[in-house]
Ligand binder design. Sequence first.
Ligand SMILES: [Zn+2]
Length: 1018
Amino acid sequence: MIAILPWLLLLQQGVPQATATVSPPSGDTVGYWQQRADYRAAVVLDEPAQEMHGKATLTYVNNSPDTLHEMRFEQLLNAFRPGSRWSAADEREGRVRFQKLKDPDYAYERFTARPTVNGEPVTVTYPFAPDSTIARFDLPHALAPGDSVLVFLQWDARPSATVYRRQGRKGRHYDFSQWYPKVAVYDRGGWEAQPFIPNGEMYGEFGTFDVMLNLPSDQVVGATGVPIAGDPGWEKAKSWGEVHLARDAYDAMGPGDTTLPAAAPGRKIVRFYARDVHHFGWTVDPDFRYEGELYRGAIPIHALITPAEMPKLGHGTFVKWNEHALEFLEQIYGPYAYPQLTGLIRLDPGATEFPMMAMYGDPSEGTVSHEVGHIYSYGMLANNEWREGWMDEGLTSYQSEWRIRRTPQDFAEGAPRPQAPVATGYRAHAHEMSPYDRGRMQLYDADLIGRAQAPEPPGYRFNEFNIYQMAVYSRGDLLYGMLRDMLGDSTFTAFLHDYYARWRFKHVDELAMRASAERVSGRDLGWFFEQWVHHTGLVDYALADVRTTRDGEGWRTSARLVRRGEYRHAMPVGARTAAGWTIARGDPMRDDQWVEIHTAERPLDVRVDPLHSTEDWDRRNDVKNGVVALDGRSTMFVPDWPFLAQSDRDRQLVAVGPKFWYTGPGGLTSAVRLRSSYAAVGDLAWYVRELGVGVSAQVPKGAPGIEHLHGWLSFANPQPPFFSRPLVGVTAGVWLLDGITKAEIAKAWDLSPFLYSNGPQIGLRVGLDATHPYDTRWLDFSRWQPANVYDANADFSWSARRPGTLRVRARGFAGLTRDVGGGTTHVFERIEGELSQVGTFGAAHAWTHRLRLFGGASHDAPLQRSIGLSSLDVTDTYGNDFVRGRDALFGRPDVHFLVPGGAGLRGYSPLVRVDRAAAVNGELARTVVKEREKSLVPGVEAVVFGDGAWARLPSSSAGHIFADAGVGLLARDQLWDRSITLRFDVPLYVRDPELAAGGAPGDDRVKLRWTFSFADLW
Ligand SMILES: [Zn+2]
C-alpha cells in the first residue's frame, strides 16, 4: 500500500486546489488577519545530560474571526528518531538516517509537566502517533475572537548526535534550530499542523521572542534576536571586526527591565529579544570565532565561525558575503527591517534560514546569498513552506543567481554566459553542451519523461525528495525568471518592492504574490501562476513562417509564432540586422499569431527567443528552415568520433561516420552512418534518428546487382507530425542488411517507483519484431532458418534497491513463422526467466561472486528466435555487424565468439539451441587490476566459473545434462563516454566436447579451449 499511495496521489494532481489559505480573496492586506504568539522562555543548557530544560509562557492572541476549542503545537525534534513520519519517509525512499538511531543518539522534545492554560492543566495528545511532531490539547474554555490565553510550557529537548538534519549536537556544539513547543499556525485554512517530513520546512506565527539562555560561561552563542542582556561571548571570541551588540535596538517598552537573575558559578545568562519573528533558533559552541561589522553603519552583522572554517571564511570574508547579499536584497525589495543579521556554522551540511539568522554547513557566497535572501522571503514574507515552498525556495534560488547575473534574463542583457571547461586530448573533438545547458535540459527531461510534479501540492504529496526539490526550487526558480522576462526588470523589481512593503511581517500565499505582481504590472497574471504553480509542462514556441516586406524607409518582418508546449508565454521574436536584434513579443493568450517586427535594414536572421531569455526547451523550431536544413541554424553536422557522446542545445546534431563489416557473400561492406539527436544528456536524447547506407564489394553469384546495397533507418524518442512532444521510450526501425530485413517497433516504460531515491529499478518493454530473409544466398543456415518470422515480445526486469543485488528478468515471445517460398504458417511461443545475484566480499571487496538461475521453454520456435545453450538468439543480435551475415568476422566457426545469454553455458557453441532448459551459472572472481578513472588501464578480474543445465535439444525427445567449468579474464573499462566489457574464457571442462565452441567429435571433455565476448551474462 505504501508504494501505491503516491501514484494515487499523483492522479489527483489535475484537480485545482484552493491554496489561498492566508490572504483574503482580494489578495490585498485589507481584511487580512494573523494570530499573535509571544514567547517568554527560560532555557538551561545541561551539557552533562546533553539536553536542555525549558520553561516558557506563550501569550496567544486569537485575531481570527473563529472561536478556538483546541490548540496545536509542533515538537519538531521528534522527527529525528525512530517511529516518526520523517523516518517512515526515509525508509520508503531507501535512505537511512534517524530510523535506526538508539538512545542517546536520537533527538527528542518532551513535556516534563502538563501544560497549563490560564493556570488550568490540559491533556496533551499526539494525533499522528507514533509520530510525535504534532501535539494538541483541548482548551479548557473556548477562545473567542479577539481574546487571548496564557499557556505555560515545561519541557526537555535534545538534538540528535551522529546524524544531523538542521539540528544536531557534537561535543559541546549544539544546533537548536528546533527546540521549543512551537504553536502551529492557525490561518484561513484552520490549524496548519503537519507531521514533520523531509519534503517541507517551516511555518510559524509572528510574535515576540524573549529568551533567557542559561549556559556554561565559556559558551559562545548565536541566535535569532538581539542580546539585550548578558554576554554572548563574542568579544572574547573576536578575531576580526567589531562587536556591536545593539542592545538598544528595541525601545524599552518591549524588553522592559533588563536586569538578569544571578547565574550559578561557571554559568552565565544571556537574554535575546526579537520582535516580528515567527521562529527562534540558536547555536552554541565554545570554539566559535566571532567576526562582525556594522552594515550601513546601523545593522550589526554577526558571524560565528568554527576553527575549521576560519581559513575559508575568516578575516571578514563571511561577513562581507552577508553584506553583499543584504545590499542586493535592499535594492530589489527595500530596506532590511530587522536589527541584526547572524550567520553561523553548524554541524549539518547545507544551510537553513531562520528569522534574522542562517545556519550553514560549509557555505559558498552563493549559499549565503540564498539564505540571507530567505530572511526576506520566508523570514519577513512568511509563506507556508509546507504548502507553497516554491514561493520562498524558488524566489531565493532565483534572486541569488540574479545577484551574480547568472540567470537567462541576465545573459540576455549581456552578462557573460558560463563557459564549459575546455576539453583536452581526444575529448576535445566532441561537440558538447555547456554544463549550464545540461542542467537546464535535465530539468526539462524530468517533465518530458513524465516524472515532474508541479510545485503546487503540499510537501507530503510529492513522490520523492528530489522531485519535491526540483519542483519547489528549480521550477520555482524558472517561474520567477519567466515573470521577469515578461514584465521587464523595472516592473519586476517594482513588484518585489510592492510585495515587500505590503506584506512584510505577514503570512503570504500565491494570491498575495500574484495580486502584487498584477497591481504593479497592470496585467492579468492568473494564467501565468496557474500554469507554473499548478501544472507541469514546458514552454515551446515554433517559428512557422516568416515574411519580410518593405515598409516605407525600413522593413517589416511578420513572423508566424505557434505554441507547441503546454505553457504560454509572451514569447520574444527577433529580427537581426547589422545593428543587432530587434525584438517584439507575442500575445501569450494566442496559440497561432503573426508578430510584426520593424527594422531599418533588411533582417539577416529571424528567430524565436533569439537571446534565450526564456525556458523554450526546443530550439530546433525557433528558426524557419528551407527544404534542406543545411544552413547550420537548426542542424549541425559533425564527425562521429568513436567513444565520444556529442550534444547540442541549439540545434539538431548529426554525427556522420563510416562503418565497415565483412561477410562471405558480400565481402567488405562500407557504409556511411548519420546519427542525429537533440539535446542529449547521458543516455537520454530526443528525436534520435539513424540513417545508414552501405555498399558491398561483391554480391553472391546470380544475385541482381541491387544486392550491393544495404540500408537502414531507425528512431528513438521520435516526434511524429502533429505531436507537440517526443514519444518517450518509443523505438522503431527498418534494416535491410546482408540478405535479411528486420523491422521493429517497441515501447519501454520505466516503472521504478523513484527516479532519484533509492528504490527498486523496474522496467517493461513490449515490442513487435519481424524478420524476413530477402535472399537466402546470404544466409548462414546454422543460425537463420529461411522463414519469415513475426512476433510480439515483452521483457520485464526488476532489480532490488541498494545495497540489494537481486535481479529478476522475464521475457516472453509469441509469433508466427512461415517458410520463405511458401509452406505452412505456424505459431510459436517462448518464455524464459532468470534470477541473478552478485555480491562482493573480502578485504577491499576484492572478491565477487555471481549466481544466476535460468529457466526457459519454447514451442516450435524458429532458429532465429530459439533459446541458446550459451547465447542470445540472432534476432536479438541482428544489430551486431560482426555476427549477422554468413561468415561474418566473429560468426566464423574458428572464431569462438559468444553473445552471452540463454542458458549461459559459455563452454558451448552459440549454435547449440534448445527448447527446454533449466540452468544454473556461477562464478567467483577476484580483482587483479583495479579500474582507474580517466585512464586506459582497464579493471581486470580473474574468474573461475562453472555452469550446469538440464536441457533438451529440439532434435531429441529427452532431456540431457550439460555442464562446463573453467577459468577466464573479465576486463572492463570506460573509454571516454562508453563502457567496454571484454571476456576471455577458457572452458577447460565441457561435458559434451563435440558441442563446444570449435569442438569436434572425439574431443576430450577436458581440453584447452577458448571463447570471447563483449558482454557479460550478469
Ligand atoms: Zn532555501
